[in-house]
Write a protein that binds this ligand. Structure first.
Ligand code: NAP
Length: 305
């Protein structure tokens, strides 16, 4: 079984920042990532609110953060963590690529997009239903698209989609967006963007590919059909903590409970970034969490081993 000082689960900005600090502390560090490095950054177009970078592409920032961690010695492996055993002095991390032992563990697994949970969503996934504008937007050149949601992701990615689509309609269940004001201002002044308020999607229909949505007008209690070529769904995120099987305490949505040092109730086990409760869910705060967790992990190791 391979042994490390610190294992970090998650290769997003939190995990990369933790890896950078841990590597510079000369801890034998392993970052485990199941997919692309960068976490949500990997599926984000422009990032304009990461201090020091007026504008940078999400995947580029994600890769830069990881390259920085690797430069200082952090190792990375592409594996899926299946479970953890936190009972002994050494934590065991069981993955589809073997089991690793570690003196300390940082859970930085971030979150996954939510589904709408309506008929047709699964059937047309990849056939007009998408959760990633950066990945799929270019397939919809001169097409009419709908974006569901009213948060930062819906409005920002909706604006990105206007580079390809002839029209992007945001469908929101309330009459006011949740997104940051600067994103709202840009959306309202974008000629290609339109809004349908107080409405939800009841069903996604098509024949091989998406062709229409059944919308529910909540104010007038009326259902009607709208023709569309594609639907991008941005209705929030759920923390990726399922693999923990309840070993660590979470809130109702699955966010980890941690203190200001990012410590969980298990000594030597930390939770950081979007996966923790009360996170502000920003790249800037995620890297701060990662640095904090790594600093206190190093202290824990120095005091206990
Ligand atoms: P979010 O902020 O949780 O917004 C989710 C949106 O989806 C809300 O408008 C919500 O409506 C709507 N919604 C939720 N469930 C729905 C359902 N079943 N049917 C229809 N609508 C539904 O999620 P997000 O936009 O993915 O952002 C997640 C976090 O990442 C946020 O903290 C955000 O600030 C951050 N983020 C930041 C940036 C940036 O800084 N540029 C970019 C992307 C994301 P209600 O408003 O009615 O609740």
């Amino acid at each position: 079984m391979e042994q490390y000082d610190l294992v970090i689960i998650g290769g997003g900005p939190t995990g990369a920042a933790a890896g950078l600090y841990s590597g510079r502390s000369r801890l034998k560090t392993l970052i485990l990532e199941r997919g692309m490095v960068g976490g949500q950054l990997a599926v984000t177009e422009d990032v304009e609110n990461y201090p020091g970078f007026e504008s940078i592409l999400g995947p580029e920032l994600g890769q830069k953060l990881m390259d920085h961690a690797e430069k200082f010695g952090a190792e990375t492996k592409t594996v899926e963590v299946e479970s953890v055993d936190l009972e002994g002095k050494y934590k065991k991390i069981i993955t589809d690529g073997g089991t690793f032992e570690s003196k300390a563990l940082i859970v930085a697994t971030g979150s996954m997009h939510n589904k709408l949970e309506v008929p047709g969503e699964d059937e047309f996934s990849g056939k007009g239903v998408s959760y990633c504008a950066v990945c799929d937007g270019a397939f919809f050149r001169d097409k009419e698209l709908v974006v569901v949601g009213g948060g930062d992701a819906a409005v920002e990615e909706g604006a990105y989609l206007t580079r390809f689509a002839s029209k992007v309609t945001i469908i929101h269940r309330r009459d006011e967006l949740r997104a940051q004001k600067i994103l709202q201002e840009r959306a309202f002044s974008n000629d290609k963007m339109d809004f349908i308020w107080n409405s939800t999607v009841q069903e996604i229909k098509g024949n091989g590919l998406v062709s229409s949505l059944v919308l529910n007008d909540l104010k007038n209690d009326r259902a009607y059909e709208k023709s569309v070529d594609g639907v991008f769904i941005y209705v929030g995120l759920t923390p990726s903590t399922q693999f923990l099987n309840g070993v660590l305490p979470t809130d109702e949505q699955g966010h980890l409970h941690v203190n200001l040092k990012m410590e969980t109730v298990f000594p030597g086990v930390f939770g950081a970034g979007d996966v923790r409760a009360e996170s502000s869910m920003q790249v800037a705060s995620a890297v701060g969490d990662g640095a904090t967790a790594a600093i206190f992990a190093e202290k824990y190791i120095a005091e206990n081993f």
